[in-house]
Design a protein around this ligand. Structure first.
Ligand code: SF4
Length: 312
């Protein structure tokens, strides 16, 4: 089974969160469901169409956002942080274009790399080529601060680049729309070291190591029992589980649900009907990405645009 560079980063942090796939095929593009994905589509169009070489790269990057939204028929007003992300594309576009031009003459986006012997693969946001090496650039749109995980992902990209080109990249760069460019220091020894750790971890049982930062962006979170056992002791959790004991509809079409947790009755308010689904009294439910306030035993929770739920 194949392991992606992204999952390799997860594997070293929490093995249970890493996904293996039977074929290293790129995931087919589908309508973007969040601002981060749409921003990646915009950067892809901007790089592949050569607009990064234009006189007004920030403006052209923002234009790519608009044209990608139109191409996919996306109402960006429904995407969380879309206004801010579109604005950041404009303000960071010149910086990203200057970075690409400082490394090489040609750039490609969504570049698939693979190593069939090690069963590793990756899809790099941007690869800039020059005669000696080039740069690998990973675009970040959110607040994911798992730097060790990101470093592992970039080192695996560097290995895949070396495997396919027989050259080491000159630079590994995380380009955050929030914070700008951050260069990752690395050596060939670092690449080989991380490969050994990844291949050793693949042979180990898939243990779970919950922690607030790592679990926050994990797709398995709603169904991961170790996460729920650990989260009850976290200082500032963003999730709650319990038995539905009351449901109320608000005038705004949002709903409030009271859950009986293991220690108290707590309300979760501001829930959209898509999150509530077919929940009814007596169901055991989990909510993630909810904002809590108050003392642990008297907490009130407010749904965010990212809130997800599952009946268990
Ligand atoms: S939710 Fe947390 S503990 Fe569970 S698999 Fe994901 S990262 Fe690991």
């Amino acid at each position: 089974m194949w392991l992606s560079a992204t999952s390799a980063g997860r594997l070293l942090h929490c093995p249970a969160s890493a996904s293996l796939v039977s074929a290293p095929d790129p995931v087919p593009a589908s309508p973007p469901g969040n601002a981060g994905t749409l921003a990646h589509f915009a950067v892809n169009a901007w790089v592949e169409g050569g607009a990064w070489l234009s006189d007004a790269p920030g403006l052209s990057l923002q234009d790519c956002w608009d044209s990608e939204a139109a191409r996919w028929g996306v109402d960006t007003r429904r995407l969380t942080e879309s206004v801010m992300t579109r604005s950041r594309l404009r303000s960071r576009g010149a910086e990203l274009a200057a970075l690409l031009q400082s490394v090489g003459e040609t750039a490609r986006s969504e570049v698939s790399l693979r190593d069939s012997a090690q069963l590793l693969y990756g899809q790099v946001d941007i690869v800039v080529n020059n005669q000696d090496g080039g740069a690998i650039i990973d675009l970040r749109t959110g607040a994911d601060s798992q730097t060790e995980r990101v470093r592992t992902q970039l080192l695996v990209y560097a290995h895949l680049f070396r495997h396919e080109t027989n050259r080491l990249p000159d630079a590994l760069i995380v380009f955050s729309l929030r914070h700008g460019a951050e260069q990752i220091d690395f050596s060939e020894g670092d690449i080989d070291g991380v490969l050994k750790r990844v291949q050793a971890a693949r042979k180990q049982p898939s243990l779970a190591f919950p922690d607030p930062a790592g679990c926050k962006f994990c797709r398995r979170r709603l169904r991961c029992e170790p996460h729920w056992e650990a989260a009850s002791a976290w200082e500032d959790p963003d999730c709650v589980e319990g038995v539905v004991s009351r449901m109320e509809a608000a005038a705004t079409s949002l709903m409030a649900i009271r859950v009986d947790t293991i220690s108290a009755q707590q309300w979760v308010t501001g829930l959209a009907s898509s999150v509530v689904g077919g929940l009814k009294s007596g169901d055991t439910v989990r909510f993630t990405e909810v904002a809590g306030k108050g003392e642990p035993l008297a907490k009130e929770w407010r749904a965010t645009r990212s809130t997800r739920s599952a009946r268990v």
